[in-house]
Ligand binder design. Structure first.
Ligand code: NAD
Length: 303
């Protein structure tokens, strides 16, 4: 069998960003309004700082109005809630993203529930979760990472995923559950596997589509993959790389990439697969949120 096609997430993300930039410019032209994104970071977590900086930069590059709020790690919960409340009322802000995780003294779900559902560009508010679950995806804001995975799958397999068997490994609210719901809406036969799943290799071997969102380096082995399956690797794991020099590290996914290559039909690399799609879909959600708040019709969906 020929080796897997490698899915170029960077290139797809770039094409999505270009489309969003075009659409945002058309909105400015028609209504004089720039989509507005506010990103809130509490604390100094280095990974979160990088994510927030990238989100801010990408928003600016897409022609958005972008605002970054950086708060000290010991900011009281009431101050964070007050900021979210202010952003909820601000007509120049159409999307609010509170970078997770929040410091331990802040109740994450309290903060996420305060964000107006129509400004909830992460798609984590129970209203958006509910809309996705009841099959009203097109009225929801869908979490960015699973939305990005679906774009990659559709661009790889064509628009019609109906009847394919899909296994999602991981049941988090951020990735696994919304991914499973999206695939269900595409009429896939969906299995959600998790840490208590018995005989995971046998479950994965049934799948035409595998989405791995676990956070365990190279857990999914090559011989678990059904010949020709599409493999979407969401995991981002940093592991020691002594071959690159003392103390060096490298990023790997949840799938043993080299091992999977001869089995899979298509596979995302890490880095350069799902990662770039997450930010691109955040831009798409912000534009969607802005158009809805302005009472404008929906545009052609990206997935
Ligand atoms: P999480 O820790 O919230 O959830 C992990 C899930 O994996 C859990 O549901 C758990 O049941 C399951 N799991 C744990 N051990 C398992 C095992 N041995 N077998 C089967 N399932 C097992 O993580 P998350 O937030 O969903 O993120 C998962 C991974 O995706 C992480 O590596 C994270 O860094 C990455 N991630 C990447 C992006 C991106 O933009 N590419 C975005 C979000 C998360």
């Amino acid at each position: 069998m020929s080796p897997a096609r490698i899915i170029d997430g960077k290139a797809v993300a770039e094409s999505v960003r270009e489309e969003i930039t075009r659409r945002a410019a058309a909105l400015v032209e028609a209504k004089g309004v720039r989509p507005g994104l506010a990103v809130v970071l509490v604390g100094e977590d280095p990974a979160s700082q990088v994510y927030v900086r990238n989100k801010d930069r990408t928003a600016e590059a897409c022609g958005f109005h972008s605002v970054k709020h950086t708060l000290a790690a010991d900011t009281p919960e009431t101050d964070v809630l007050a900021l979210v409340d202010r952003l909820n009322q601000d007509p120049a802000i159409h999307g609010i993203l509170v970078q997770l995780p929040l410091p331990g003294h802040i109740d994450e779900s309290k903060v996420l529930r305060l964000i107006k559902p129509e400004k909830d560009v992460d798609g984590f508010h129970p209203i958006n979760v509910g809309l996705l679950t009841t099959g009203e995806r097109d009225h929801a804001l869908v979490p960015c990472t699973p939305a990005g995975c679906l774009v990659l799958l559709k661009r790889t397999l064509g628009g019609n995923l109906s009847g394919l068997s899909a296994v999602v490994i991981g049941r988090s609210n951020i990735v696994g559950k919304p991914m499973a719901n999206l695939l269900l809406q595409e009429s896939c036969t969906v299995t959600i596997a998790h840490s208590r799943t018995k005989d995971l290799p046998a479950v994965v071997r049934e799948a035409d589509i595998v989405v791995a969102a676990v956070g365990r380096p190279e857990m999914v082995r090559g011989d678990w993959i059904k010949p020709g399956a599409a493999v979407i690797d969401v995991g981002i794991n940093r592991i020691p790389a002594p071959e690159r020099g003392e103390g060096k590290t490298r990023l790997v996914g949840d799938v043993a990439f080299e091992e999977a290559l001869p089995h899979a039909g298509a596979i995302t690399p890490v880095p350069g697969g799902v990662g770039p799609m997450t930010i691109a879909m955040l831009m798409a959600n912000t534009l969607t949120a802005a158009r809805r708040q302005l009472g404008l019709p929906e545009e052609e969906p990206l997935f």
